[in-house]
Design a protein around this ligand. Structure first.
Ligand SMILES: Cc1cc2nc3c(=O)[nH]c(=O)nc-3n(C[C@H](O)[C@H](O)[C@H](O)COP(=O)(O)OP(=O)(O)OC[C@H]3O[C@@H](n4cnc5c(N)ncnc54)[C@H](O)[C@@H]3O)c2cc1C
Length: 386
């Protein structure tokens, strides 16, 4: 027998799980297919900076208060290496209690997974989706689970798999920045409580996100250099980081395990590439982590798709009309988020003297102009539709 659902979500990562939770109280039959086996903790090493806007959405999903290990960001310090000019964004000036939060990816994933367990959503773990096909009025999903082939029919297939399943059939537009991100938990002699640092350098940006006794480091560098940085012993790594980042938080004292992620911009040209199908989260757009936009944007994708589904007449689920309405709803926020992130990477990776002076002036202007500051902070916290 073939299973039938109203909505099937391919990928129970943070974005797919958030969509499922947003739909859990509806009468719709919702299913999540996740490749990870059941009851296995995520081992992803990355930390995520969540915006204040994401906190509000996670509260609505009933997940926020279940999150452990969250550190608040109340100040963001933005600067560029070997140049004057810096900007400070402070929560108090912007009338919000916090600008954002830092937490490990597995902590977020666990909280969402636990919330799903107590819902009516059917979640199938160990389900590796291999094919998505269109049939006249629905989609057909083929997946492998426990060594067996399964098939499922759905009125709407939501692809939230991070971007692999349809990449060959519908290739994304790709900008390779030639950079990787090296990440690690580090401690320093003079940490500044609740302050995040974003420092732009010719090699790429370096971010220190306040977390527990130290910082989650995101150090961007050309691929080969990043691989080399993985081979340094701890003492050399901490010294090189100090040389690169400067003395704002004192000497660096310890480093945890280091991991590396290749970076680039991948953007699906069409959010709904086939009938009855929509791309969500990283499957729709994978961005450079410089502005901490990836999950925050994906969560807004999930929330707005859920509202579109809940507001639509039941018979329109998965139709061209419904998918066109979703595309139009997401256009401005998505394009603005991609442009903002891509623009930051490009603007701060250019070493022409005039461009460097322009950047310094822009940072100083941002620091002095309350309206400009509010605009940037609001975009980072709530996106362009906020
Ligand atoms: C170094 C780094 C730092 C980052 N920092 C930030 C930050 O500070 N703030 C922020 O907002 N974003 C950040 N991001 C981006 C953020 O991690 C992503 O945007 C987010 O994880 C996307 O979630 P997702 O659910 O769309 O995809 P994923 O997290 O990739 O999850 C996809 C899920 O789908 C499952 N899956 C895959 N293929 C299949 C299949 N065939 N069948 C079934 N299931 C499948 C996977 O097992 C996984 O659980 C960062 C990214 C990197 C690399």
């Amino acid at each position: 027998m073939t299973d039938q659902y109203d909505i099937a979500i391919i990928g129970g990562g943070p974005v797919g799980a958030a969509l499922a939770l947003a739909l859990r109280d509806s009468p719709l039959r919702v299913c999540v297919l996740e490749a990870r086996p059941a009851n296995t903790a995520s081992v992803d090493a990355r930390a995520l900076a969540l915006s204040y806007g994401s906190r509000l959405l996670l509260e609505r999903l009933g997940v926020w208060h279940e999150l452990r290990d969250v550190s608040a960001i109340r100040t963001i310090h933005i600067s560029q290496k070997q140049s004057f000019g810096r900007a400070l964004l402070r929560a108090a000036e912007l009338n919000v209690p916090e600008l954002g939060y830092v937490l490990p990816y597995p902590a977020l994933q666990d909280a969402l997974t636990n919330a799903l367990k107590t819902s009516a959503v059917k979640t199938i773990y160990g389900a590796n989706v291999t094919q998505l096909k269109d049939e006249s009025d629905h989609s057909v999903i083929c997946y492998q689970c426990d060594g067996t082939e399964h098939t499922l029919h759905t009125r709407l297939a939501v692809v939230a798999d991070g971007g692999k399943l349809l990449a060959q059939q519908y290739p994304p537009e790709v900008s390779d920045y030639g950079q990787s991100a090296l990440i690690a938990h580090i401690t320093s002699a003079a940490p500044q409580a609740n302050t995040a640092f974003e420092r732009f350098t010719m090699q790429g940006p370096v971010a220190l996100l306040p977390f527990q006794d130290g910082y989650e480091l995101v150090w961007t560098a050309p691929h080969q250099r990043a691989q080399e940085m993985l081979t340094w012993d701890d003492a050399q790594f901490l010294q090189e980081l100090h040389n690169h980042f400067g003395d704002r938080v004192g000497e660096f004292l310890t480093t945890g395990k280091r991991s590396c992620f290749p970076l680039g911009l991948k953007r699906a040209p069409n959010l709904t590439p086939m009938p009855h199908t929509v791309l969500l989260g990283n499957a729709a757009q994978t961005m450079h982590p410089v502005a901490g936009q990836g999950f925050n944007m994906g969560l807004r994708d999930a929330w707005e798709l859920a509202q579109e589904i809940l507001d639509a007449a039941p018979e329109t689920l998965g139709t061209d009309t419904m998918l066109a309405a979703y595309r139009s709803q997401r256009r401005t926020d998505r394009e603005a988020g991609i442009r903002f992130t891509d623009g930051l990477v490009r603007m701060f990776s250019n070493d022409l003297p005039l461009v460097s002076a322009g950047r310094a002036a822009a940072l100083s202007a941002l620091d002095c102009l309350p309206l400009a500051k509010k605009f940037v902070a609001k975009r980072m916290m709530f996106g362009a539709n906020g």
